[in-house]
Design a protein around this ligand. Structure first.
Ligand SMILES: C[S@@+](CC[C@H](N)C(=O)[O-])C[C@H]1O[C@@H](n2cnc3c(N)ncnc32)[C@H](O)[C@@H]1O
Length: 310
C-alpha cells in the first residue's frame, strides 16, 4: 500500500521565488500553498523573530505540516487561500504582511497518488479535488454538467481543439454508467481524439480542464490576488508561480492593471478622479533554469512573477 511519505514534492524556483520576497528576518509572511513545505522551509530559514502563516486546502498537506513543522513563528491554516484576507484579519495582519507567496497548481504528492484521481496514467477514482472534503468530485461534476458547458470548459480551460467531440463521448459514457475511473476517462478521450500531439497524452488537456473546473482554480486565483494586495504592507512583496498560460495571464494582467494609474471617468473631457497604482512590477518574469527543468521536468511550464505593494 502507498503511504503519503512515499510522495515528495520538488519545490519549483525555490531560490528565485523566496528571494523575490526580499525577506526581513522579523517580518510577517504568508505561504498560500504549503504543499510539502519546501517554500515554507526556505522562508523560515530566513526568519528570526518573524512569522509565517502557511495555508493549504488539502488535509494531507495539513497533516504533513503538523507532523514536520513544529517551530515557533510557524502556523498552518486549513482552507482555501481565497480566504487569505479573513485569515490575516483574524490575526490583526491587514496591511501588515511583508510577503505573500503563491505556488499554484497541484503538488507532486497529489498527482502521484492514484487515489486522488488527478493522473491519466494511474488508475484511480475520478476525483481531482485538492480538498476532497469539499465540493463535487470530477465524477459528480461530469454527471451534472451539460454537454455544451462541458465543451466550453474543455475549450477554455484545456485549450482542447476537439472539445465538442470529447464532451459528447464523455456525456454518453456518463449516461451509460461507463465512466468510473481516471483510466476510463483517459481511454475515452484517446479514442475520441482524431489527432494526437507528439509527446503529449491526448487526455492531458481534458484532465487539466476538468481539474481547473472542479477546483475553480481561475476564480480563486483572481480572488487571492485581490486579497494579497489588501493584506500586504507598503513595500510588501508578492511572489507568484504559475504553471500554464491561463494562470499566468491572470497574474500578469492583475499586476499590470494594479501598476497603472486608473482614470475613473475615462470618457470625461477633463480628468475628474484617478486611482493611483498600488503595485509595481519587480523585474521581468522568471523561468526555471535549464538545469531545474532537467532535474524536475514538471517545472518546465512554470513562470514566476514578482510585484511590490506601493
Ligand atoms: C504546487 S503545490 C505547492 C508546493 C509547495 N510550494 C512546496 O514547496 O512543497 C500547490 C499546493 O497548493 C494547494 N492549493 C492549491 N490551490 C489552493 C487553494 N485555493 N487554497 C489552498 N491551497 C491550495 C494544493 O493543495 C497544493 O498542496
Amino acid at each position: 500500500m502507498e503511504t503519503q511519505e512515499q510522495f515528495s514534492h520538488y519545490s519549483v524556483m525555490l531560490k528565485e521565488s523566496v528571494e523575490g520576497l526580499a525577506i526581513k528576518p522579523d517580518g510577517i509572511y504568508v505561504d498560500c500553498t504549503f504543499g510539502r513545505g519546501g517554500h515554507s522551509r526556505a522562508i523560515l530559514d530566513k526568519l528570526t523573530s518573524g512569522k509565517l502563516l502557511a495555508i493549504d486546502q488539502d488535509p494531507e498537506a495539513i497533516e504533513y505540516a503538523q507532523n514536520n513543522f513544529k517551530q515557533d513563528g510557524f502556523e498552518i491554516q486549513y482552507g482555501s487561500f481565497e480566504q487569505l484576507k479573513d485569515y490575516c484579519e483574524a490575526r490583526g495582519w491587514l496591511g501588515k504582511v511583508d510577503g505573500v507567496l503563491i505556488d499554484l497548481g497541484v503538488s507532486s504528492p497529489q498527482l502521484d497518488d492514484a487515489a486522488r484521481g488527478f493522473s491519466f496514467m494511474r488508475e484511480g477514482p475520478l476525483d481531482m479535488r485538492m480538498n476532497p472534503e469539499q465540493g463535487l468530485s470530477a465524477k459528480e461534476w461530469l454527471a451534472q454538467v451539460d454537454e455544451k458547458t462541458l465543451a466550453q470548459v474543455l475549450k477554455q480551460y484545456g485549450e482542447e481543439r476537439f472539445s465538442g467531440r470529447i464532451a459528447r463521448v464523455i456525456k454518453e459514457a456518463v449516461q451509460q454508467g461507463h465512466l468510473e475511473t481516471t483510466l476510463d476517462l483517459a481511454e475515452l478521450v484517446k479514442k475520441a481524439s482524431p489527432k494526437t500531439e507528439k509527446n503529449k497524452h491526448p487526455a492531458t488537456r481534458t484532465f487539466q480542464a476538468i481539474r481547473i473546473a472542479v477546483n475553480r482554480e481561475l476564480d480563486v486565483l483572481k480572488n487571492v490576488l485581490e486579497a494579497a494586495v489588501a493584506v500586504l504592507s507598503p513595500g510588501g512583496r508578492l511572489s507568484a508561480i504559475s504553471f500554464h498560460s491561463l494562470e499566468d495571464r491572470i497574474v500578469k494582467q492583475f499586476i499590470r492593471d494594479q501598476s497603472q494609474m486608473k482614470d475613473l471617468f475615462p470618457d470625461s473631457p477633463v480628468q475628474l478622479e484617478v486611482v493611483e497604482p498600488i503595485l509595481k512590477k519587480v523585474g521581468k518574469p522568471i523561468f526555471p533554469s535549464a538545469e531545474e527543468c532537467k532535474e524536475n521536468p514538471r517545472s518546465r511550464s512554470a513562470v514566476l512573477r514578482i510585484a511590490q505593494k506601493i
